[in-house]
Design a protein around this ligand. Structure first.
Ligand code: 0X9
Ligand code: ZN
Length: 421
């Protein structure tokens, strides 16, 4: 008995110590109350090897806004010290970062689509390329492969063109996933969507209508280099992996590299920043490939969708200015209907509205650029969750996140088909 007590005592000391100086990275939730605290938080989040999860850049931090900050183990003492020094409190949102990363990368099968749960897992870039091959082989009647360009590191940018079997549509829609490397639920959604469209064509009414009335172009991973890097080197990476001649820092934010008020307030000119806009509009091969494809299909593409995470939002133009889109009313109605359906069928809440007013001013985004090109219906979806797991959403939530996003896609696509009859 005495022995057990002594062992228990030492275990509690060990656990206690671990709580003081954790060996793992953590994600903090911090809310600045005053302008002075905002300044401190901006400094902490742009330094000490921390990674800002939400918002995307320190300049977006405002008073009374919930900020999500990834703090690596090595910076923990310094960051906590700084917050304490300024009497700022924080909540630990995630304390088991490594465990969550392990869960997300577990079972990345090398045998594509061998199991029923393939779509409820995250997959490496290699695996996604295998999946693309098998998908086109298995469904040549519905799926066509288009190479639209290649990434900075020369990875192919493949688009899958989905078409109904007996349809000759004059319209099309576009979906891209994985602009931001760390938003893993996004490529998972593109795979989910393609699988669902193929499996339920002629079985589900909305899918059949969609494919009979529109061709659907799907780019499963727009930022393959960044995505690969999140699997192999740094799970928190956001940008692509292009190098600049005059900087040691790598990568540009592809969603700041399009020609929509390029590099004005809300984007950064500094190559080391997470929202670096690149050297000039479309300087990045991934953004240029997408822009070229959309330009050459601008007469047929009526709906543009870009899938991101996290925060559960359906955004539409403009994000690059506070100006109202000419068809604001229509965009708002479509987003409202989609959010209502998510609430009705999945009991989950999505905010919606123009990007600049709903989250922050963020120029150079693909949605605004596509809209200005003449694609009249353009949306960015921010999928689950609201920050409980953030980018580390466990695989068991993939199904629900994708199903509700699918509901939104179907709602909006059906609305657009009606409007463009
Ligand atoms: O900041 C972004 O690029 C997007 N949010 S994220 O957290 N996924 O990084 C929002 C994009 C909204 N649209 C534009 N900024 N054009
Ligand atoms: Zn994103």
């Amino acid at each position: 008995m005495k022995f057990l007590l002594i062992v228990g005592f030492w275990i509690s000391i060990l656990i206690g110590n671990q709580e003081c100086t954790p060996e793992q990275a953590q994600v903090f939730s911090i809310t600045a109350r005053t302008e002075e605290e905002v300044e401190i938080l901006r400094n902490v989040s742009s330094d000490y090897e921390t990674v800002l999860w939400q918002p995307a850049a320190p300049s977006h931090i405002k008073a009374n806004m919930e900020v999500h900050l990834f703090v690596p183990a090595a910076s923990m003492t310094t960051v906590k010290g700084l917050l304490n020094k300024h009497h700022m409190t924080h909540k630990v949102m995630l304390s088991n970062v490594e465990e969550l990363i392990e869960m997300q990368t577990r079972n990345d099968s090398t045998d594509p689509r061998s199991s029923a749960t393939y779509y409820e897992k995250y997959h490496s870039l290699e695996d996604i390329y295998d999946w693309i091959n098998i998908t086109i082989q298995d469904h040549p009647e519905m799926v066509q492969l288009i190479l639209i360009g290649s990434s900075y590191e020369k990875q192919p940018l493949f688009v899958l063109k989905l078409s109904g079997k007996e349809s000759h549509p004059k319209r099309a829609m576009w979906i891209d996933c994985g602009i931001h490397a760390r938003e893993w639920i996004s490529p998972a959604f593109c795979l989910w969507f393609v699988h669902y469209a193929i499996s339920f064509y002629n079985l589900n009414h909305d899918i059949t209508e969609m494919l009979n009335n529109m061709d659907i172009y799907v780019l499963p991973v727009m930022n393959p280099d960044g995505y690969k890097y999140t699997w192999t080197k740094n799970r928190m990476w956001r940008k692509n992996r292009s190098r600049q001649e005059d900087s040691f820092c790598v990568g540009a934010d592809l969603n700041r590299n399009f020609d929509a008020n390029w590099c004005t307030e809300g984007a950064s000119k500094r190559p080391c920043d997470e929202t670096y806009c690149g050297r000039f509009p479309e300087s990045e091969p991934e953004a240029m490939a997408v822009a070229n494809f959309l330009r050459s299909h601008k007469n047929v593409i009526k709906l543009y969708l870009s899938i991101h995470s996290y925060s559960q939002m359906l955004l539409f133009p403009y994000s690059c200015s506070y100006e109202e889109a000419t068809n604001h009313q229509e965009l708002n109605e479509l987003a409202h209907e989609a959010a209502m359906n998510i609430r009705r069928y999945y009991r989950n809440l999505y905010k919606y509205g123009p990007g600049a007013k709903t989250i922050y001013l963020a120029p150079g985004g693909s949605d605004d650029w596509a809209y200005n090109l003449g694609i009249p219906y353009s949306f960015t979806f921010e999928l689950q969750d609201k920050g409980q797991y953030g980018f580390l959403l466990p695989p068991k939530y993939i199904a629900k996140a994708c199903n509700e996003a699918l509901t939104a896609v179907k709602t909006i696509a059906m609305g657009v088909i009606k409007k463009t009859q």
